[in-house]
Write a protein that binds this ligand. Structure first.
Ligand SMILES: *Cc1c(COP(=O)(O)O)cnc(C)c1O
Length: 479
């Protein structure tokens, strides 16, 4: 399976073909037998296996294929496993796997120009805008994730608030912008506020209703009034669909109302929770009002189960979106015909010029399963979170610490000073291969948390995982 040092391509294609088939088979073996392949803590020897040294001399394709299979593939982080509930990590689909092979073969640069991949991305964006009830004129661009999508949204909102010259002159000397989000808003919003130059202090964190975890609209209106009174320029409200800690939903319809009345940009962080839109009622009702967003950021790599990385920003007003990012120096001029055509170019909608063919794994996932089956998987995840809550409440050692609205279940060991126990149980179950929970802080204490964005999880998996928690608690209290 030698390769030519001149072209870097194989000399013996039939040998390479065989090696590639074997590699695909090994990948499929791992996925077909997914329960036998939980996460693996990395030991020192595994780290040494990936050392590159100075990488002056290569080892060739055959040796590299072997290393990929023996040194890399086994050391996945486990989020393909049915009992992985940690953080908010998607599982990956088989349709996405097929798409990744094809996308790597095509190696398309999706910054713009006229070629097939661009039309796939347009179709994915068109479908998403329709899915969320946004107008057909909505623009968008696939991103690395919600973090990048948020920066694009807030930069667009900032330009809308400050006017065209702010792209050239920056924001100093202008009015002081302020924006608003619920307490506990994802750090991606904080980072975006820093990156667009208004600073994280300009992000006002509005108290939430303790039972629902939703931003209090009256406190929001008050904060906007106060800032206006102080001569500041409120410009944007961020509503969260699915908060990262307890999975709660802001009342998007009420926030949309307030934004319309106050002339504020309404951005929705729907990283995972936006997809409740595809679930059955009552879960689909959680995102009522999402169709009124000026911008919507979301991920495919969480609750649409698509391979990493893949997010999206949708912007209701295409002209505002383009105004914030478009620029065509001479080397990117649009041609009337040929590969240089195909306006609009995605580089005019975001920060990146060179971009991968992310859209294909979304397209293939939608094409293979359809929104109906994906929605059913999302509904199942909500039912499993409700089941988990029931099992927690039935266990004398455990208590729920927040209402379960959709797919996130936060719970704790009962009693005083159990924070260390909570964290210890989470670590123990991770190491034993039983289940992966993560921790978060609710009402100031460290608790256990499951965010179920896993199309492989079964009812038995949830029973097994909570039984594991109870046994671990008993084990730790028994000394
Ligand atoms: C995950 C998440 C983000 C950040 O998204 P990335 O895709 O990780 O960049 C933002 N907001 C919420 C609510 C999230 O769950």
């Amino acid at each position: 399976m030698a390769h030519s040092p001149d072209t870097l391509d194989p000399v013996d294609w039939s040998a390479f073909r065989q090696q590639m088939h074997a590699l695909v088979d090994a990948c499929l073996d791992q996925l077909q037998d997914v329960r036998a392949h939980p996460w693996r803590p990395l030991d020192e020897s595994a780290r040494e296996l990936v050392a590159l040294g100075d990488a002056q001399m290569g080892v060739g394709l055959a040796a590299t294929a072997n290393e990929l299979l023996t040194n890399i593939l086994p050391h996945h982080s486990g989020n393909t496993h049915p009992r992985f509930f940690g953080w908010v990590q998607g599982t990956g689909t088989m349709a996405g796997l097929m798409a990744e092979v094809v996308a790597a073969t095509m190696n398309s640069n999706c910054g713009g120009r006229e070629h097939g991949a661009i039309h796939v991305e347009r179709e994915v964006i068109r479908w998403c805008a329709a899915c969320f009830g946004l107008p057909a004129t909505t623009s968008g661009v696939l991103t690395t994730g919600t973090s990048q999508a948020t920066v694009i949204a807030l930069a667009t909102a900032r330009l809308q608030a400050l006017g065209g010259d702010s792209r050239r002159q920056g924001i100093h000397g202008g009015p002081r912008l302020t924006m608003y989000a619920a307490e506990g808003v994802h750090n991606a919003i904080v980072k975006a506020a820093e990156l667009i130059g208004i600073g994280s202090e300009a992000l006002r964190c509005i108290p939430v209703d303790p039972a629902s975890g939703s931003m209090d609209p009256e406190r929001l209106a008050e904060a906007v009034r106060r800032d206006r009174g102080a001569g500041l320029l409120p410009f944007c409200v961020v509503g969260t669909a699915g908060s990262v800690d307890r999975g709660s939903f802001d009342r998007l319809d009420l926030l949309a109302e307030l934004c319309a009345a106050e002339g504020l940009w309404f951005h929705v962080d729907g990283a995972f929770g936006a997809w409740a839109r595809l679930a059955e009622a009552p879960w689909s009702d959680l995102v009522r009002g999402i169709d009124r967003a000026d911008s919507l950021a979301l991920d495919f790599h969480k609750w649409m189960f698509v391979q990493y990385d893949c997010g999206l920003i949708l912007i209701r007003d295409e002209a505002k979106h383009r105004a914030a990012f478009a620029a065509r120096p001479a080397y990117l001029a649009v041609q009337g015909a040929g590969l240089g055509g195909g306006d609009p170019w995605y580089c005019d909608y975001g920060t990146d010029l060179s971009r991968s063919f992310r859209a294909l794994k979304v397209w293939a996932t939608l094409r293979a399963y359809g929104s109906e089956q994906l929605g059913a998987a999302i509904t199942r995840n909500c039912r499993l979170a409700a089941l988990m809550a029931q099992l927690v409440e039935a266990a004398p050692e455990l208590e729920l610490v927040a209402r379960v609205d959709a797919n996130v279940c936060c719970f704790s060991v009962v009693g005083e000073g159990v924070e260390v126990v909570n964290a210890g149980v989470v670590a123990r179950l991770q190491l034993s291969g039983c289940a992966v929970f993560s921790t978060t802080r609710i009402d100031g204490r460290t608790v256990m948390r499951a965010a179920i964005v896993n199309h492989r999880t079964s009812v038995e998996d949830v029973h097994f995982a909570i039984r594991g928690v109870v046994e671990a608690v008993r084990g730790s209290s028994g000394g």
